[in-house]
Each structure stands twice: as structure tokens, then as C-alpha cells.
Design a protein around this ligand. Structure first.
Ligand code: NDP
Ligand code: PYC
Length: 337
């Protein structure tokens, strides 16, 4: 059994925050990252939990992320906002843009936010929930590094390109799915490599193009999309929407920019949000109630809703804390000196 250490959420946050501050991140950037990775651990998403601190500090040491850049908000059209992260992580840029973005969505009924020139390491559900909390429907996507082969190909081209969607549900947690368009997030494969465990079949191929369940071979080879050509088409869509459409990098360009430093992806994120109130007016309540029929019908067949696992895990972690592999705890603690 792997040795582990139990931490309260507060201890987890402070461990992450100290590691980031010790390595030179500004108080605001360190806070945003530490909050994000602590929320990942809290919701049982280890691939985007405290493990990410190692990559954040590495990216800084490689000169691939700004420790303190000030985001710049640009009101580019009645329903379009942009925020230039100026080379820092996406999180502070999003945090700063959020109030004006929500105003735009509520004013127009629909609006888009482009986060440009950001380094991106985080799970997208964390960007969706502040919007569903405001009663909005939301969609987010971002490219990453060219790690995934298109269906029918054999060389990495697409990123792991997640798509997240959120639907507000009055009085209960929102419906949220958040999925890589690769068979799994790269972070999942990295955790398998650290733990020395095999991958499920269908996640990737080795350098010679042979199917492999060895994490290190797949990391050196190529990942596969989920659902063959369908995941491949969605991955291409993410490249286009959160790359060329918003004037930012594709995953191939991001990997070239990385210059083999092994840092986090650099580029853009696109967030689109809609206000049911503006679509439906007086009928909003009855249509949101109508949506519940769909969720109930899914459940009646024994299906669970995406997001449910996370929302069930949340109060457990708040009450009992989280468990971190001892080796990971030691690695992060060592960054604090
Ligand atoms: P998973 O395959 O684990 O889960 C994808 C979605 O499916 C989740 O919403 C999950 O809900 C839901 N789900 C899983 N199992 C079931 C089930 N049996 N029934 C119904 N719903 C289910 O995630 P991925 O590996 O694809 O992605 C993990 C994370 O990686 C995401 O948060 C993503 O944003 C992040 N990521 C970030 C990238 C970046 O560039 N920043 C790149 C790629 C990924 P639940 O959470 O409740 O289990
Ligand atoms: O897990 O694929 C991933 C990922 C890429 C960038 C952040 N997470």
C-alpha cells in the first residue's frame, strides 16, 4: 500500500500556497492557484489537485509562466470580452474578468469571454461553477499541448482539449460535465506513471504506434481521443474555438513554444455563457423545472449525473480532509524551502 498523509483543506491550501510563494509567485497568483488545486483535491480530482503544484513551479523555473503579471481587460464587442493574462496562469485573469463578464451575459442574454496569452493547467469545472452559481448556462474549452493523435493518424497533434458544460439547478448542485476529448486527461496518465500502475486499454500508443498500457510509453508516444473520430472532431473544434477564433495558439504551437521544457500549455480559453432569464423571461422557472425531468429520467435508468461524484465527495473532504500520497507531500514540502 502507498503511504499517505491526511490534511485538512486548510492545510492543503497552505501547503500549496507556501510552495508557490517560496518560489516567487505573487500573493494573488499563489492564492488563485492554491485555491484551485485545493478544490481539485476536495472534489476527488487528483489529476488536477496538489500534484499540479510541481508543474506550476517547474513552469516558473523554466521561465514559461509569469509570477506576477497583471491581467488586462478588453471590452471588444457588445457581447464579447477579452482578458489578456500576459503570460500568467489563467486563474487570476478569469477571476478579474468574471464580474464584468457576468454583467455582459445578463445584459445580452449570451456573451463570450476569451482568456488570451495564459498558461493553463487547471480543471475547467472550476471556471464553470461561478457561472452556474449566477443562474447561467455555461460552456468552456481550452487547447493544451500536442499530445493526442487525430483518429486515423499516428502522431501527436491535438491537445487533451477539455470541454466543460454547466446547467444551473435551483436549490441543488448544478449539472456539470468536464471532460478531456482524449480518452483521459494527461494528468491521469502521469498519476499512473507515478504510481507504477498500468493504463486501461485504449488510452494511447507507444512511439512505434502500437497500443500500449504502459504510462511512460504512452507519454512518450501519443494519446488517443475518446470515441474515435467523434472525440477527434470535438478536439479539432476546441483547437479552432480557443485557438484561431480568439487569436491564440493551437496545441501544436503551444508545444513548439514550450521548447521541450516540460512546462504547462500556453494559449487561450474560451468561455460562453447564456442567461435562461433572457431566453425565457417569465417562463424561466417552468423550463428549468422541465430540465429536472430529463435528469430524473436519466437517474431512473440507473445512470448517474456527471458532476455528482464530485459534489458527493465535497462535504466528505470538508469534514474529514483529503489524503495525499506521502511522496507527493514530501515533494511539495521540499519546494517550500
Ligand atoms: P473523467 O473522464 O474522469 O470525467 C469526465 C466527466 O464525466 C466528468 O464530468 C465526470 O463527472 C463524468 N463521469 C465520469 N464517469 C461517469 C459516469 N459513470 N456517469 C456519468 N458521468 C460520469 O475526466 P477527464 O479525465 O476527461 O478530465 C479530467 C479533468 O482534466 C477535467 O476536469 C478537465 O478540465 C481537466 N483537463 C484540463 C486540461 C487543461 O488543459 N487545462 C486538459 C485536459 C483535461 P464526475 O467528475 O462527477 O466524476
Ligand atoms: O491533464 O491533460 C491534462 C492537462 C493538460 C493541461 C492541464 N491538464
Amino acid at each position: 500500500m502507498t503511504a499517505s498523509v491526511r490534511l485538512t483543506l486548510d492545510q492543503a491550501y497552505h501547503l500549496a500556497q507556501r510552495a508557490l510563494r517560496s518560489n516567487g509567485f505573487s500573493a494573488e497568483h499563489a492564492d488563485a492557484v492554491a485555491q484551485n488545486v485545493t478544490a481539485g483535491e476536495r472534489d476527488g480530482c487528483a489529476s488536477h489537485g496538489l500534484y499540479r503544484i510541481l508543474g506550476c513551479v517547474h513552469s516558473l523555473q523554466m521561465g514559461k509562466v509569469s509570477a506576477d503579471a497583471e491581467p488586462e481587460l478588453i471590452d471588444s464587442a457588445p457581447a464579447i470580452m477579452r482578458v489578456n493574462a500576459h503570460g500568467a496562469f489563467s486563474l487570476v485573469a478569469y477571476r478579474r474578468a468574471l464580474p464584468a463578464f457576468v454583467d455582459k451575459v445578463k445584459h445580452n442574454g449570451i456573451a463570450a469571454l476569451a482568456i488570451n496569452h495564459c498558461v493553463h493547467f487547471s480543471a475547467l469545472w472550476a471556471d464553470i461553477e461561478p457561472l452556474t452559481d449566477q443562474g447561467l448556462v455555461a460552456l468552456a474549452c481550452t487547447p493544451s499541448h500536442a499530445w493526442v493523435t487525430p483518429a486515423g493518424g499516428s502522431q501527436p497533434l491535438f491537445g487533451t482539449n477539455p470541454i466543460a458544460f454547466g446547467w444551473p439547478r435551483p436549490g441543488q448542485p448544478p449539472f456539470v460535465f468536464d471532460m478531456a476529448t482524449s480518452a483521459a486527461a494527461r494528468g491521469e496518465i502521469e498519476l499512473h506513471r507515478r504510481a507504477g500502475t498500468p493504463l486501461p486499454p485504449g488510452w494511447g500508443i507507444d512511439k512505434e504506434g502500437r497500443p500500449s498500457t504502459d504510462a511512460a510509453s504512452v507519454l512518450a508516444g501519443a494519446m488517443l481521443t475518446f470515441g474515435g473520430h467523434k472525440g477527434s472532431a470535438l478536439a479539432a473544434m476546441v483547437e479552432l474555438l480557443a485557438g484561431p477564433l480568439i487569436g491564440d495558439m493551437t496545441s501544436k504551437e503551444s508545444l513548439a513554444f514550450d521548447n521541450q521544457t516540460g512546462s504547462s500549455p500556453y494559449g487561450g480559453e474560451l468561455i460562453i455563457a447564456m442567461d435562461p432569464q433572457r431566453f425565457l423571461g417569465e417562463q424561466q422557472a417552468s423550463y428549468l423545472a422541465h430540465a429536472e425531468t430529463l435528469f430524473n429520467d436519466m437517474r431512473q435508468q440507473g445512470a448517474r449525473l456527471p458532476g455528482e461524484r464530485r459534489f458527493r465527495q465535497r462535504p466528505q473532504s470538508e469534514q474529514h480532509g483529503i489524503e495525499l500520497p506521502q511522496a507527493l507531500y514530501d515533494e511539495i514540502e521540499a519546494l517550500c524551502r
